[in-house]
Design a protein around this ligand. Structure first.
Ligand code: ADP
Ligand code: MG
Length: 258
């Protein structure tokens, strides 16, 4: 497979991988989940990683986020070599620089929406009242300020994911990773949640790496990376005009939430 890697000036690269490889062993079986991935993702980019089920998307995201160690190769984020870090250094780096949005929201059921959003801010040294005020503002930005005192079980899936997004953005990390963030939502809710997430990333200039198996969603990114059998088979940088046109098409039938 031959393709040209779109170049990003080095100082503007937020994430770089070199020769990233991951082999899983189950007994005597070997599964090559990632097979030599070289990527450069620019600062402030929305990068969509697309591919069918089993193509290695989650494996790649987990390596980028330092959640799993690669078999070979390196990951550098904001100039720091994530793949060489000790567990403690990595935990610290993640807390300070990275945010996560999960397919299944991963909210703590015993806490309210505002408390869930405020939780990661504990490490910032901010006092509780300030954390909750900031959380409330994030929830308002996500259009669910009126749900701040609700528990996850009292909210719809779309509302829960808005809380998950507010939580990721509240600490203003350098990079946010999202693995199939709309995977549990219906089409209309998917579009609402996706639009809100893109707006936040661009407003804060946060690098967003989103995994999806849906090509129609992936074209909302500045960069579209396609995986097949653990290899990058497409790495396309979309211009503003192309991206805007793709988003207009995607969101054409969007019903804004009341
Ligand atoms: P995707 O997210 O694109 O659906 P994954 O990254 O989850 O794909 O998986 C890529 C390949 O690696 C698949 O063949 C999958 O079965 C395998 N795989 C993923 N995680 C593990 C694991 N923990 N142990 C063994 N095999 C795994
Ligand atoms: Mg996956």
């Amino acid at each position: 497979m031959v393709y040209t890697i779109p170049m990003t000036p080095e100082k503007e690269v937020m994430i770089r991988t070199e020769g990233l490889r991951k082999v899983y062993r189950i007994g005597k079986e070997r599964v090559v989940a990632l097979d030599g991935v070289d990527l450069a993702i620019g600062a402030g980019e929305v990068c969509c990683i697309v591919g069918q089920s089993g193509s290695g998307k989650s494996t790649l995201l987990n390596m980028l986020a330092g959640l799993e160690k690669p078999t070979r190769g390196s990951v550098v984020i904001a100039g720091a070599r994530v793949t060489g870090m000790s567990e403690n250094a990595l935990a610290d780096f993640r807390q300070k620089n990275l945010g996560f949005i999960f397919q299944s929201y991963n909210l703590l059921p015993q806490f309210t929406a505002a408390e869930n959003v405020a939780l990661p801010l504990m490490f910032s040294g901010m006092d509780r009242a300030k954390r909750l005020a900031l959380a409330k503002r994030e929830l308002e930005q996500m259009g669910i300020g009126d749900r701040a005192r609700h528990k996850p079980s009292e909210m719809s899936g779309g509302q829960q994911q808005r809380v998950g997004i507010a939580r990721a953005f509240a600490a203003k990390p350098k990079v946010i990773f999202a693995d199939e963030p709309t995977g549990n939502l219906d089409t209309q809710t998917t579009k609402q949640v996706l639009k809100a997430m893109l707006a936040r990333a661009e407003q804060y200039r946060i690098t967003l790496v989103m995994v999806t198996h849906e090509p129609e969603l992936a074209v909302c990114g500045d960069r579209v990376v396609r995986l097949l059998d653990g290899k990058v088979v497409e790495n396309r940088l979309q211009g503003e005009a192309e991206k805007t046109a793709n988003r207009e098409k995607l969101f054409v039938d969007l019903q804004e939430i009341a």
